[in-house]
Design a protein around this ligand. Structure first.
Ligand code: GDP
Ligand code: IMO
Ligand code: MG
Length: 425
């Protein structure tokens, strides 16, 4: 069974937790896009693990973890993270693989990311994570990127010098400090040795696993509404976090995918800039942020919070072909007397959108249409079986399923590994 798992909203839906849950029955876990902009949290017992580049499956000894060709990988972030994973007591030898086709995020990409963000006028800032993601993908599609396999080449350090010279021109145009090419050479020299043991032809590796009927789990980072094609462009990330990205980002063909699982937080959050129709600026928003612990796992920024948006979820269901939902953070809604679901966006002239408009100027003219449901006002985090849920909780979940399509597969009622209900999968 090969499964693609994607975020259905604006990220931080709880993908890390669900991946950890599903890794139990997988042999290989693959990251296929994004980079260290991701922050995936897994809570086991009283320990909290946050992963940025390494697949969340790494917390299960013996499972293989792959960084696919679609990822942009900062070798320094990766090395730091690998050390951390080992310090947590997990063995990596022989089970961690990086595609030689993956692109690298270099120091100058990070510098350009920050300089570009600083140069954007108010209202145009994206609120990037500053991890160099945009410039690294720009280099990739511009065909001047640096691939992991390049570190094996004898002229790698000359390539570094040439790229720094080029990047310095861009930095100068942005009014930012240049980088010293020789310092960069010094920085990257030891990295080559450290990275080398992990560099693999991951396409060959994954196909061997497919041939042996092993189970592959694809771990999406970011989410549908941050997708470069389907998201709220230009307030997006620079990759395809949607289901199709799993194929282009790994070399596994579409026919090999058996199911798609969408992770859906039972309210909405967004971190960074950009449109967010159901955003709350009142006490309810504050309650969601506090109860949900809604602070970025990568940057620590407070996340913007709002009611559940069925327009977004329906759109995500279509774009990804979601078979099953993993619904998360139900417990965060436990105290609300009333819970709201956005079913459409009403334009100032009365027209109601049921699909997500491409034009952000249109969104600015819209207000959400809400359906109100009674809350359940009791604790749900101890519940271990769907049948034990309060009637009003079931009504809320079923109304969402009616509106967005797809089946319920997993329901998460707390951050810890044990607080996960398996429903239909
Ligand atoms: P990801 O980026 O999609 O992996 O999500 P993050 O890890 O950035 O953010 C999700 C946060 O919610 C983390 O702090 C998780 O520990 C936490 N979390 C996940 N599922 C649940 C849940 O069902 N209830 C609660 N209260 N917290 C959860
Ligand atoms: P996970 O995998 C939430 C947001 C940033 C910014 C925009 C572009 O943990 O769900 P980038 O650095 O990618 O160029 O920033 O995308 N963003 C995320 N928001 N969760 C993430 O990852 C994100 N990764 C990027 O805040 O608005
Ligand atoms: Mg996150």
């Amino acid at each position: 069974m090969n499964t693609v798992l994607v975020g259905a909203q604006w990220g931080d839906e709880g993908k890390g937790k669900v991946i950890d849950f599903l890794t139990e029955e997988a042999d290989v876990v693959v990251r296929f896009q994004g980079g260290s902009n991701a922050g995936h949290t897994v809570v086991v017992g009283d320990k909290k693990y946050v992963l940025h580049l390494v697949p969340s499956g790494v917390l299960h000894d013996g499972k293989h973890c792959v960084i696919g060709n679609g990822v942009v990988m900062d070798p320094f972030d990766l090395m730091k993270e690998l050390e951390q994973v080992e310090s947590w007591g997990f063995e990596l030898k022989g089970r961690f693989h990086i595609s030689e086709r993956a692109h690298m995020v270099m120091q100058w990409h990070r510098a350009i990311d920050k300089a570009e963000e600083a140069a954007r006028p108010e209202g145009h800032k994206i609120g990037t994570t500053g991890r160099g993601i945009g410039p690294a993908y720009a280099a990739k599609v511009g065909r001047y990127g640096m691939r992991v396999g390049d570190i094996l080449k004898p002229d790698f350090l000359d390539l570094v010098r040439a790229q720094v010279a080029e990047a310095n021109r861009a930095l100068a145009a942005l009014g930012a400090q240049p980088l010293d090419p020789e310092e960069m050479v010094k920085l990257y020299t030891p990295m080559v040795k450290a990275l080398m043991p992990y560099v693999t032809d991951t396409i060959q590796f994954l196909h061997e696993n497919l041939d042996e009927k092993k189970s592959i789990l694809f771990e999406g980072a970011q989410a549908t509404m941050l997708d470069i094609d389907f998201g709220t462009y230009p307030f997006v990330t620079s990759s395809n976090p949607t289901a199709g990205g799993a194929c282009t980002g790994s070399g596994v063909p579409p026919r090999a995918i058996d199911r798609v699982i969408g992770v859906l937080k039972l309210y909405t959050t967004r971190v960074g800039e950009g449109p967010f129709p159901t955003e709350l600026f009142d006490e309810d928003g504050e309650t969601l942020r506090k109860r949900g612990g809604e602070f970025g796992a990568t940057t620590g920024r407070p996340r913007r919070c709002g009611w559940f948006d069925a327009v977004v979820a329906r759109y995500a269901q279509r774009v990804n072909g979601v078979d099953f939902w993993a619904m998360t953070k139900l417990d965060v809604l436990d105290t609300f007397p009333v819970v709201k679901i956005c079913t459409g966006y009403r334009r100032d002239d009365g027209f109601v959108y049921q699909t997500f408009p491409a034009d952000l100027a249109v969104l600015k003219r819209c207000t959400p249409v809400y359906e109100e449901l009674p809350g359940w006002q009791c604790e749900t985090s101890h519940i271990t079986d769907y049948s034990e849920l309060p009637e009003n909780t079931k009504k809320y979940v079923n109304r969402i399923l009616d509106l967005v399509g797809g089946k319920l597969g997993v329901l998460s009622v707390g951050p810890a590994r044990e607080t996960t209900l398996r429903i239909n999968i």
